[in-house]
Design a binder for this molecule. Structure first.
Ligand code: PLP
Length: 481
């Protein structure tokens, strides 16, 4: 027996390598500002430097980490850089990384309560904490008729919501018979594309997704929503789902969720609220108004992996009536049957989302909430919003730049007055220099720069430097014309 070769990493080696890895990550965070924020490699560069075939012989961690440093790192875009202002953030934190590491270490697969009771029960608890932090109505709590589940992303949450809405509307028939082809869903032209994807995957058909017009603030117009529903009803179609956004991706527009909720009740639509990034702001009482109307929603989702210091992936999906969700998604093959499930006394989260297996994601969320405390989270969210508002103020008083959409929280949409080509060039030039990273959007044919402040370590000095760089680069481009 003793002669049997074993390729596994021994606990001692793991201990040694693990400590080095933690040091590596700590060094990375300490030095992150030395890297170009946007990776500067060309397509194919990373792959070309790595062997096309897998190694036959075991390699050492030293060799592997050597390649990480020399080949992988240049191909990293540094989402955790304090000068990452692109997209929406995907921020992280020490406690979150440690919670995630512990989850990897435990290697739990929590598909059933029985496959690790703590995985299920901690998740239920932490999500109830979040419901309290966001002041969600009682119905979204596990102690009531609803509840919540951690999913990978807001996209999966949207798909889950669409499926549950479809089944509720068709009396749970579509699961058996396939799609009827006459269900209709509603979003605004600014709703995240994940809802369109969900509509396609759920077999509703893109042609049955109505893009409702928006007002001057790019928020869905509820009068147009109601008109569209009525038109569809008149021709015998079946309206069943509407998604309202608390913070659209392009400009952080806020759909009028109370009005949309009232319409959804009147016509018996499922209202899903997508608050992917901006939902986090509602943990500060002064921003809780953003969720006014959530009591009318059937489901609500937000991503702690965007703006709550919890590393990707972590979406929290709340549902007002868990029985609809479970009825929609429940599958119980023989091999999953067990006493706890049969007793009805436990949640089996496999019935609350698409996939069967699931990671112990609540650990990182629990670590984050306990480490920061609600006060700590509020402090950092407020700081980000304050910095963004300061930036917006600079734009407002600039003679060359202008704000192009309201900036209710931490996203500022702005443009140089010179025009589209210039703004595109400005963005590309700044990003190519690697000191900071912005992305753009197009609104009513206008090319617009977006500055989103939500990275864990962003401070005023980073925002000041960004504003100086934007102005200097614009002046440089003008003088080089
Ligand atoms: N909803 C909104 C408003 C978003 O901004 C995004 C991504 O930025 C998503 C949904 C999709 O997020 P995820 O990557 O979690 O699917």
């Amino acid at each position: 027996m003793n002669n049997i070769k074993n390729f596994h990493m021994s606990p001692d080696e793991f201990r040694k390598q693990g400590k080095q890895m933690i040091d590596w990550i700590a060094d990375y965070y300490e030095n992150i500002e030395k890297y170009p924020v946007l990776s500067q490699v060309q397509p194919g560069d990373v792959k070309a430097q790595l062997p096309a075939n897998p190694p036959t012989q075991s390699e050492s961690m030293e060799q592997i980490m050597h390649d990480v440093n020399s080949i992988i790192m240049p191909g990293i875009t540094h989402w955790q850089s304090p000068s990452f202002f692109a997209y929406f953030p995907s921020n992280s934190s020490g406690p979150s990384i440690l919670g995630d590491l512990l989850s990897s270490g435990l290697g739990v697969q929590g598909m059933l309560w029985a496959t690790s009771p703590a995985c299920t029960e901690l998740e239920t608890l932490v999500l109830d904490w979040l419901a309290e932090m966001l002041q969600l109505p009682e119905k979204f709590r596990s102690t009531s008729v609803g509840g919540a589940v951690i999913q990978d992303t807001a996209s999966s949450a949207a798909l889950t919501a669409v499926l549950a809405a479809r089944e509720r509307k068709t009396n749970y028939q579509t699961n058996d018979t396939g799609n009827l082809g006459n269900l209709v869903a509603y979003v605004s032209g600014h709703t995240h594309s994940s809802v369109e994807k969900a509509i396609k995957i759920a077999g509703i058909g893109k042609n049955n997704l109505r893009l409702i017009g928006v007002d001057q603030n790019l928020a869905m117009r509820s009068d147009l929503l109601e008109n569209a529903i009525q038109e569809d009803l008149q021709v015998g179609l079946i309206p069943f789902f509407v998604c309202a956004s608390v913070g659209t991706t392009s400009t952080n527009a806020m759909d009028p969720i109370t009005e949309i909720g009232q319409i959804s009740k009147k016509y018996q639509l499922w209202m899903h609220i997508d608050a992917a990034m901006s939902g986090t702001a509602a943990i500060c009482p002064e921003f809780r108004y953003l969720l006014n109307g959530v009591e009318l929603a059937d489901s609500f989702s937000f991503n702690p992996h965007k703006w709550m210091f919890t590393n990707f992936d972590c979406n929290c999906f709340f549902v007002a009536d868990r029985s609809v969700l479970i009825k929609t998604l429940s599958i119980l093959p023989e091999y999953l049957k067990n006493q706890a499930t049969e007793s009805g006394a436990v949640f089996d989260y496999r019935d609350w989302h698409i996939q069967l297996g699931r990671r112990f994601r609540s650990l990182k969320l629990w670590f984050v909430i306990r480490h920061y405390g609600v006060e700590g989270l509020q402090h950092h969210i407020r700081t980000h919003i304050k910095l963004a508002q300061q930036f917006a103020e600079w734009i407002r008083f600039s003679k060359d730049f202008e704000l192009v959409a309201p900036a209710p929280l931490n996203l500022v949409c702005f443009a140089h007055k010179t025009g589209n080509e210039f703004n595109k060039k400005l963005l590309e030039t700044i990003n190519s220099r690697g000191k900071m990273y912005f992305t753009h959007t197009i609104i009513n044919g206008r090319y617009i720069l977006r500055m989103c402040i939500g990275q864990t370590h962003t401070q005023e000095k980073h925002v000041r430097l960004a504003w100086e760089t934007i102005q200097e680069t614009a002046n440089e481009l003008i003088s080089n014309k």
